[in-house]
Write a new protein. Structure first.
Length: 317
């Protein structure tokens, strides 16, 4: 499929700019629905493929191309969510959503071909509370229909009659789906920690890990804390959650001992303070944190190299 941003398209199709402008919105929607930037890009590419497969006459007959694209993207994501559940049951170890960097931390400039936007779709994702790792992980516990109804209504403010066309249910049923998802979110959400406090806590955690200070690590972790790692069977990673502050601290000290050349960097992960571990200049782990009451309650460590594309030099090309 030719990309919508190729030169010449706008000269031949007067309404194309409005279609192309929807790409950022579609990437934002698809990433929240799928929890994977790679899958989100695939869903959006398929959406545009279906648009360009139509005749010019059919395109011009569509009153709102943006609404059409959103409806199609939503249906594609709904189908992908259904098949993803089966795939993730066969996944090696724990599955964690793909982590996203802050655009200022990976964006390498607009030099080269003078493109209006960088090629990496990570730049098109708006980082807010609805892409925090805690939020995305909780979405994984929902049914595909719940997830689609909730994200479209509560995050993107789509009316239930439009959501009903995507989900294939009545508006009243979609309202119930969103309400159920909302209750689940509220029940799981802890009081927010100010961003400055988050950054300070993550920094102390980094320093304690670097110093291999097990007592300091235990003090920074909630007694019931959980750490989950995702290697996808491609790299070494603990296959089951590590539970309890002491066990997590011991595991981290063990990891530090096995990788003496590891460098820890403070970075924004899905809009919140996190850590990036590099070995020989290569990003090998991205860690996201959930904090409650001044302590770390959850750590998500993504090691699967296929999910670290936006964090690598190769992903910037």
């Amino acid at each position: 499929m030719s990309t919508p941003s190729e030169p010449g398209h706008e000269r031949s199709e007067p309404g194309l700019s409005a279609v192309v402008d929807e790409r950022r919105q579609l990437i934002n929607l698809a990433y929240r629905l799928l929890g994977s930037l790679a899958e989100a890009e695939d869903a959006v590419q398929e959406t545009y493929a279906r648009w360009y497969a139509m005749s010019r006459q059919r395109q011009e007959a569509i009153e709102s191309p943006g609404a059409w694209l959103t409806t199609v993207a939503g249906r594609i994501c709904l189908d992908m969510l259904g098949s993803a559940r089966a795939r993730r049951e066969r996944y090696v170890g724990e599955w964690i959503p793909e982590p996203l960097p802050d655009r200022t931390e990976w964006f390498s400039g607009r030099a080269g071909g003078g493109r209006a936007e960088p090629a990496d779709p990570a730049d098109r994702v708006t980082l807010d509370e609805s892409v925090s790792m805690a939020f995305l992980v909780l979405l994984e516990s929902m049914t595909p229909a719940e997830r689609v109804a909730f994200i479209l209504h509560d995050v993107f403010r789509y009316p239930f009659p439009e959501i009903a066309e995507i989900v294939g249910r009545t508006p009243a049923a979609c309202r119930q789906l969103a309400s159920s998802a909302r209750r689940r979110m509220r029940a799981a959400q802890a009081p927010a920690v100010p961003r400055a406090g988050q950054a300070g806590l993550v920094r102390h955690f980094k320093e304690a890990w670097e110093a291999r200070d097990i007592e300091a690590l235990v003090g920074l972790l909630d007694p019931g804390a959980t750490m989950i790692a995702d290697g996808g069977g491609l790299v070494g990673a603990v296959l089951r959650p590590v539970e309890g502050s002491e066990r997590i601290a011991q595991y981290l000290i063990h990891i530090a001992g096995k990788a003496p050349g590891l460098t820890l960097l403070e970075r924004t992960v899905n809009g919140r303070p996190g850590l990036v571990a590099q070995h020989a200049g290569v990003t090998v782990t991205v860690a996201a944190f959930d904090l409650t009451g001044g302590r770390i309650t959850r750590i998500w460590a993504v090691r699967n190299p296929e999910k670290l594309r936006p964090w690598t030099e190769n992903g910037r090309s």
